[in-house]
Design a protein around this ligand. Structure first.
Ligand code: MN
Length: 242
């Protein structure tokens, strides 16, 4: 049986509702998973119930996380926040970190994973790292285009998924992981030092990617690998529960 993936989505107001999430559904279908969508405003008990019924979780991209969730107030450059989506995503991420349910976070999803673990974010890379030789992380190229390099740590589990060393990814973010949360580690960085992937140091599968592999698939088919890895982890967890 195909593993079932529970995916979060944003709100219509931000143009980030279910319509914007179809690329994730296509990627998970291609990887062998079946997606169901968790809507914002679900209660924490319902979130936990839904999570217990599925094999793995996907935290999708979207708007900025409310900095209150990592102990800060929003700077002028922090973007739109959606409190209901924050509540849903953080509940999903905390469930995954608490139980070991396999989870893949994409872009905002990676940031949510880090905040759920107790880490912090750059609210705005261009203003907070203005003194440094920053790459263009909010690319003006088409979404599928690989615009900057990342280096994947050879000791990371991400290296087993995508290979160690340098590769190119797309980049559609102005925020990023700042302080890595306890229980997580850096798996890849851009050349300017910006964190591009985090993963759990524990035994489970928890991976956050700052880029958007689902948007690259048509031109870079090898970017299916992280989705396949999530599905495999979901299968393995199900067998383990068996
Ligand atoms: Mn980037």
């Amino acid at each position: 049986m195909r593993p079932v993936v529970l995916m979060s989505c944003g709100l219509r107001e931000s143009g980030n509702a279910f319509g914007g999430s179809l690329t994730y559904v296509r990627a998970m279908e291609l990887a062998g998973g079946t997606v169901v969508v968790a809507p914002p405003t679900l209660g924490e008990e319902s979130v936990a119930h839904l999570c217990s019924l599925v094999d793995c979780l996907l935290l999708s991209g979207g708007v900025d996380v409310d900095p209150a969730h990592y102990g800060e107030e929003a700077s002028p450059a922090n973007g739109r926040v959606e409190p209901e989506v924050d509540a849903l995503d953080l509940a999903l991420a905390r469930y995954a970190l608490r139980t070991g349910k396999p989870v893949l976070g994409i872009c905002r999803g990676a940031q949510v994973l880090n905040v759920a673990a107790g880490g912090t974010l750059y609210q705005d890379l261009p203003s907070q790292r203005a003194e440094q030789d920053l790459r263009q992380h909010n690319q003006l190229a088409p979404r599928w285009h690989a615009t900057h390099e990342i280096t994947i740590d050879g000791d990371s589990r991400l290296a087993a998924i995508l290979g160690a060393g340098v590769r190119r990814v797309n980049s559609l973010h102005h925020q990023a992981v700042f302080i890595v949360g306890p229980g997580l580690r850096v798996a890849a960085r851009a050349a300017d030092g910006v964190i591009e992937a985090i993963e759990t140091t524990g035994p489970g599968f928890a991976l956050g990617l700052q880029w958007h592999p689902e948007a690259m698939l048509e031109r870079h088919p090898d970017q299916i690998a992280p989705f396949q890895a999530l599905i495999q982890a979901g299968k393995a967890a199900r067998t383990g529960e068996g």
